[in-house]
Design a protein around this ligand. Structure first.
Ligand code: PLP
Length: 494
C-alpha cells in the first residue's frame, strides 16, 4: 500500500512522501496529512535502540516501503554527525518534572530536532523525483526556525533559502544568530510586522499564480521550512518516544504506564507531533498545551472557539508570540475524523471573519486528551526564579511557560501521572529575561550571558559561544506588504 498525503481541506489529489516534502503546503492552502492509518509501534522492541535507530523506526512509518535503510543514513547525518551534544535529547529532573532538553543542536533551540533532518529529506526527495529544478525555501520565523533552517540549508546544493523575521519581534540573540549566518545560498530579511504577517505572506507566496508562472520560467519551485511542512512534524515524533523510553530504562516508569507531556506551544507543531506519537502507541494520558500572554490556544482548548480578533503581544517568550497557529488545522482535521469539508469551512471562516467555532462533540474529544493554560510575563520570570532557587534547574522563558502551566494543572487536578516537560530552548537564548528573573536586574544581552554563567555555572551552548563577535552579513529590512514582490525579484534573479 502506498503511503499518500492529502490536504486537510480536501482540494488536492493525494501525493507521496517525496512530493509532500518538496511541496511543503497543499495546493488548496490546506496542510498535508497522512492519508493512511498510523503504524502502531511495539514499545518493547524500541527499548534498546539508540536515537538514530529509534528515529529510523519511527520515521520510516511515514516513508515509502523499503526505504528504511535510506532513512537510517539520513538520520545518522542529522543526529550522529556531531551536531548534537549530550546524547541528542538528555532527560533531566526539575522538581516534580522530567525535562526533555530539545536544545542541544546547532542553534540551541528545539527547531534543530527537525531542521537537522529536513534538508536531508529535501535533497533525498529531489533525487528520488529526478528533479532538476532548484528549490527556493521560504521560511517565516518567530526567531528559532529561521536560524535552524539557515544552518540546515546553508550550502546545500540545489537549494536557496530566504528567511523572514519580525524585526522587533525576536530576541537579540536570535537576531544575531540569523544575521551572521554564512553560506552562499542564504538570505535573511527583517520585516516590519509580526510573525503572523510573515507566515501569512509566505503562505500567500505558495498560492500565488504570478509566482508560480515566474517559477516555471526560471526553473525553480518554492517549498517551506516551517512546520506547515510535514517533514518538520515527522522527526519531532521521535523525541516523544525517546523521552518515554528513557524513563522506562531509568526505572522511573514501567513499560506501558502512562505519562503526560507539558508543551510550550506556538504554531502547535511540537504538541501535534506528540499526539501522533500517541496514535502510534505511546501511552500518553494528557498533553498540557502551554501558552504565553498570546493565549489564543488556551481559549480554544477551553471553549472550542478560535478567535484571532485580538491584540498581539510581544512577550519575553517571543518564539510563542503567534495568533494564527498553523498546525491546529491538522489537529482539527484529525478530531473531526478527517472531514475535509468541515475543516475547509472552519478555515474559510477564519480567513473571512477571523474566528471559527468547533462543535461540542469535537471539543469534548479534544478535552479528553488536552489541557491548556497560559502564563503572564511576570509569572514566567517568577517561575524561572522559583525553579532555580528550589531545584537548581535553569529554565528559559518558553520552557518556564510549560513548567508554570503544568503547576497550575497539577493544582487543579491532582493528577499524579509522571510528566515530561519539553524544554524548547537554552536559557542563554533569552539571557536578559533569565538574568532579570534571577536577580531582578536588567543587563545588556552579552553581559547577561557572562553574568548568568558566573551566577549559575550552567554551560553556555556551543552555538552561542563567541556569537557577539560574529560579522553581521544580512542587513535587509522590508515592509510586510513587500514580501511577495521581494520573492518575485529573487526568482527573476536566478
Ligand atoms: C518554536 C518554539 C516554540 C513553539 O513551538 P511550536 O511547535 O510552534 O508550537 C516554543 N519554544 C521555542 C523556544 C520555540 O523556538
Amino acid at each position: 500500500m502506498d503511503k499518500l498525503y492529502k490536504s486537510t481541506r480536501g482540494g488536492q489529489t493525494p501525493i507521496d512522501f517525496y512530493n509532500a516534502i518538496l511541496q511543503g503546503i497543499a495546493s488548496d492552502g490546506g496542510l498535508l496529512v497522512p492519508d493512511f492509518a498510523f503504524e502502531k509501534k511495539d514499545l518493547h522492541a524500541l527499548l534498546k535502540l539508540d536515537y538514530v535507530d529509534l528515529a529510523t523506526e519511527v520515521i520510516s512509518a511515514f516513508t515509502p516501503d523499503g526505504t528504511k535503510e535510506e532513512i537510517r543514513a539520513l538520520a545518522k547525518e542529522a543526529y550522529a554527525s556531531g551536531l548534537f551534544d549530550e546524547g541528542v535529547v538528555p532527560l533531566k529532573k526539575a522538581g516534580g518534572l522530567y525535562v526533555a532538553e530539545l536544545f542541544h543542536g546547532q542553534t540551541a533551540a528545539f527547531k534543530d530536532m527537525a531542521l537537522s533532518l529536513l534538508p536531508h529529506f529535501m535533497t533525498y526527495s529531489l533525487k528520488k523525483k529526478g528533479e532538476n529544478r532548484e528549490v527556493m525555501i521560504l521560511a517565516a520565523t518567530s526567531g528559532d526556525t529561521g536560524k535552524a533552517a539557515l544552518e540546515g540549508f546553508k550550502d546545500v546544493p540545489g537549494t536557496t533559502i530566504k528567511v523572514f523575521y519580525p524585526i522587533d519581534g525576536v530576541s537579540n540573540i536570535q537576531k544575531q544568530q540569523m544575521v551572521t549566518t554564512t553560506g552562499n545560498n542564504v538570505e535573511v530579511v527583517g520585516i516590519h510586522g509580526n510573525f503572523d504577517d510573515a507566515q501569512r505572506a509566505v503562505k500567500e507566496a505558495f498560492a500565488s499564480a504570478k509566482l508560480k508562472a515566474l517559477c516555471e520560467e526560471h526553473n525553480v519551485f518554492l517549498s517551506s521550512a516551517n512546520s506547515i511542512n510535514i517533514g518538520r512534524l515527522i522527526p519531532q515524533i521521535v523525541y516523544y518516544f525517546h523521552s518515554y523510553l528513557t524513563l522506562v530504562r531509568d526505572g522511573t516508569i514501567e513499560l506501558g504506564h502512562q505519562v503526560n507531556f507539558t508543551v510550550p506551544s506556538g504554531n502547535f507543531g511540537n504538541c501535534l507531533a506528540g499526539w501522533i506519537a500517541k496514535q502510534m502507541g505511546l501511552p500518553v494520558h494528557r498533553f498540557i498545551v502551554a501558552s504565553n500572554k498570546n493565549n489564543i490556544l488556551t481559549d480554544f482548548f477551553k471553549t472550542g472557539e478560535y478567535d484571532a480578533r485580538r491584540e498581539f503581544y510581544k512577550t519575553n517568550a517571543p518564539a510563542m508570540d503567534i495568533l494564527v497557529s498553523s498546525n491546529l488545522e491538522r489537529l482539527v482535521y484529525f478530531m473531526v475524523n478527517g472531514d475535509t469539508a468541515k475543516v475547509k469551512s472552519f478555515m474559510d471562516e477564519l480567513n473571512k471573519d477571523g474566528i471559527y467555532r468547533i462543535d461540542e462533540e469535537t471539543l469534548k474529544t479534544i478535552q479528553d486528551q488536552f489541557s491548556a493554560g497560559f502564563l503572564s510575563e511576570e509569572e514566567v520570570l517568577e517561575t524561572i526564579k522559583t525553579v532555580y532557587v528550589d531545584h537548581g534547574y535553569l529554565l528559559d522563558t518558553h520552557t518556564a511557560v510549560g513548567y508554570g502551566v503544568y503547576e497550575e494543572y497539577f493544582r487543579n487536578t491532582g493528577d499524579t501521572t509522571p510528566t515530561v516537560l519539553l524544554s524548547t530552548a537554552s536559557p542563554y537564548k533569552f539571557p536578559e529575561s533569565v538574568y532579570e528573573a534571577l536577580t531582578g536586574k536588567k543587563e545588556d544581552v552579552y553581559q547577561a550571558i557572562d553574568d548568568l554563567h558566573k551566577l549559575t555555572a550552567v554551560e553556555i551552548p556551543y552555538p552561542l559561544k563567541g556569537i557577539k563577535d560574529r560579522k553581521v552579513l544580512h542587513k535587509g529590512v522590508i515592509d510586510k506588504e513587500e514580501i511577495l514582490d521581494f520573492v518575485a525579484k529573487r526568482i527573476e534573479e536566478l
